[in-house]
Design a protein around this ligand. Structure first.
Ligand SMILES: Cc1ncc(COP(=O)(O)O)c(C=O)c1O
Length: 382
């Protein structure tokens, strides 16, 4: 049986062959502790510092502003909890949105339980935040604004530049979760005026379990964990050399070919959408404004077709996500679609299809065939 076509690159990406090759020497032989002063240690220290430069280059940062973490979740936890705890003398209020990933919302909820006040900003029907709402929410005791760069479910890109300017004007630290945007769209910390930025390696063709946090020089964060002095004392513990090297390489590749990748992702998504529009005989609804969306993401609902039924119907041919969670006797709508006030039927019918740099025209054509045949059968069956 052939392997299903993978169209869920927002969930995770395969490791790029160049990245896999880069890791191998650090698995097989380069085992030194980067803190050791002899050659095999020093060489690994140099490898980590090279990786740090590669990560910094991708986002327009300085190498000393990057620390390696275990992934997007840890980076978000450290940025948010760390900034709020380090700035308690100013206040205990922070601003975020209703469409963040759980790696942000759950941190905020835990801070709320500990006495912080959180403003949860609403979004429009496409999941976009209005910068005016951010400005209206800022108070003298606001210590942090945390707004994602691009949404993982619908792909909507937030107006970070404007929000960053407001944050700067009001002297508030600005964090963004860039797990989904890196490698797909330009992401420059100075252009966007961000002070803290989270990176997740496995969305960027590096392995799972590695990430990074950008911390603008001068921004103070409380530690999440305590130990020796690695990563400037901010993230102690002996470094994960192979995976740091991998993330560095993945960032270098993303940086080298951002325009080409962007165009490829866009063309594959467009081919898919055009093909589906052509072949599907029921109504189609798009949840995002494609002019303000990640180039690879298609959040789409087919009238009269329940997303889980469709996904399981063709799971042997195409892999993608649904916009809701299916429980024994009910369908739970995602908090993102709820915040967008998507009607229940559309939300229950929403699938997220996301292309990647390895997606081919042939795969897209097979996916169009499989999805449209299934949708036409299932919508007809109603
Ligand atoms: C927007 C966003 N933030 C954070 C994360 C979490 O990243 P990680 O899986 O590296 O912890 C994800 C992963 O799904 C994500 O899509």
């Amino acid at each position: 049986m052939s392997v299903p076509i993978y169209l869920d690159y927002n969930a995770t990406t395969p490791i790029a062959p160049e990245v896999a090759n880069e890791i191998l020497p650090y698995i097989h032989s380069h085992f030194g502790n980067p803190s050791s002063s002899y050659a095999i240690g020093r060489n690994n220290r140099e490898a980590i510092e090279k990786a740090r430069r590669q990560v910094a280059n991708l986002i327009g940062a300085l190498p000393e502003e990057i620390i390696f973490t275990s992934g997007g979740t840890e980076s978000n936890n450290h940025a948010i909890r760390g900034a709020v705890l380090a700035n308690q003398q100013k206040g205990k209020h922070m601003i975020t949105s209703q469409v963040e990933h759980p790696a942000v919302t759950e941190v905020c909820k835990s801070l709320e339980k500990q006495g912080c006040e959180i403003t949860w900003l609403p979004v429009d029907a496409f999941g976009k935040i209005n910068p005016a709402d951010v400005e209206n929410a800022v108070r003298p005791d606001t210590v942090l604004i945390s707004i994602m760069h691009a949404n993982n479910e619908v792909g909507t890109i937030q107006p970070l530049k404007e929000i960053g300017e407001l944050a700067k004007k009001h002297g508030v630290i600005f964090h963004t979760d860039a797990a989904q945007s890196l490698g797909k769209i330009e992401t420059d910390v100075n252009e966007l005026n961000v002070d803290l930025l989270s990176i997740a390696g496995h969305k960027l063709y590096a392995p799972k379990g590695i990430g990074a946090l950008y911390i603008r020089n001068g921004v103070k964060l409380e530690n999440l964990i305590f130990g020796a002095g690695q990563e400037r004392g901010l993230r102690p513990g002996t470094e994960n050399v192979p995976y740091s090297v991998a993330l560095g390489k993945a960032c270098e590749l993303a940086n080298k070919n951002l325009d080409g990748n962007k165009q490829h992702l866009f063309q594959m998504r467009q081919r898919l959408l055009d093909g589906l529009k052509d072949k599907v005989r029921t109504g189609i609804k798009l949840n995002a404004d494609l002019d303000n969306c990640l180039p690879n993401t298609l959040s789409i609902a087919f009238e009269g077709v329940e997303a889980h039924t469709l996904a399981s119907f063709i799971s042997s041919r195409v892999s993608f996500s649904t916009g809701s969670a299916c429980h024994a006797d009910s369908v739970e709508i995602s908090s993102v679609l709820k915040a967008m006030q998507t009607d229940r039927k559309t939300a229950a019918g929403t699938v997220r299809i996301s292309t990647g740099k390895f997606t081919t025209k042939k795969e897209i054509d097979h996916a169009i065939e499989a999805i449209s045949t299934a949708v036409n059968q299932l919508s007809h069956a109603k």
